[in-house]
Structures are given as structure tokens and as C-alpha cells.
Design a protein. Sequence first.
Length: 176
Amino acid sequence: MAKQWFVIRVQSGKEEKVRRSLDKRIAAAGAESLIVRVLVPTETVSEIKGGKKRVSRRKIFPGYVMVEMEDSDEAVYLIRDTPGVGDFVGAHMRPTPMEPHEVQRLLGDMERQAEAPRLKINFQKRETVRIKEGPFAGIEGVVDDVDEEKGIVRVVVTIFSRPTPVELEYWQVEPI
């Protein structure tokens, strides 16, 4: 029987604990042929806090764990009986498998994240910030746009009584 990916609900914040419990139960039951892989979808995020760059792992879907398994009653019962597992995502008491394109996109995104962490910029539109570096250092402005891919924050500052948009690197501004 072909293996498919399914999503199970778990208590938020307990995803890793449930994954470890599932791995132990699968090994103890000798069900490695039924349940191939248990995965907590995460991404690597790079952010600056307190002036220091930190790289951390963040759950993409808090409260959910992905399982690659055979759609059999034995596998479903093994997972449902694991402490911390809510239930499968699906209708009519049967788990609904993920679409192949969803699985490919999610796994592909996780592989790319492992290579290069995504920037996490903690600024929101219309937030007041102060420019720390560059020719506008010390001037306050309002965030107009955030481009996380490029690491750019567009800030509107008032120069000669006129609002002027300025594009800055995310580390050149700080919240007030």
C-alpha cells in the first residue's frame, strides 16, 4: 500500500514531545513499515534582538504534526492512542491525506530554509521607529512597508515639512 502524508492535531507547544512519543511507540510496536516518518514542520528564522543576530527554529504550523504512513486501521489506532495526540485532520472519523502538491511545497520550503534562514523583521506598518544609522540617524519616522525577502524597511520621515519615504536595511531602525 502506498504511503501518504497526514496531519494530526496536537497540543500547541507539545509538538516535539508528541513526535518523540510517536517515534518510540512506532519502534516498540515494530510499525516502521506502516509509519515511515513523523515530522514537525519548522523553518529557520534570523532576527535581531537587543542588537544581536539570532538564528532560531520556528514551527510553521503550531499545534500540528505531519505523519507519512500507510492508511491502515492499525497505523491510525497506533497514532490516536499516543498521549498528546488530538486527532487526525479529516472528516467522517477517517484521516484525510494531504495533496501531493501541498507535501512537495512544504518539504521543499523546509529544505530551502535549512540552506538559508529567512529574515524575521519585527516591524509592522504604521509603527513609529527611530533610525539608528546612516544619514538620517536620530530621526523618527513611520514604517510604510516591510520587505522581509530583501531585509528592507521603508520608513516615511518628515524632511523640510514634507513626508519623504526612505528605504533602509532592517538593522538600521529600532522601535520606539
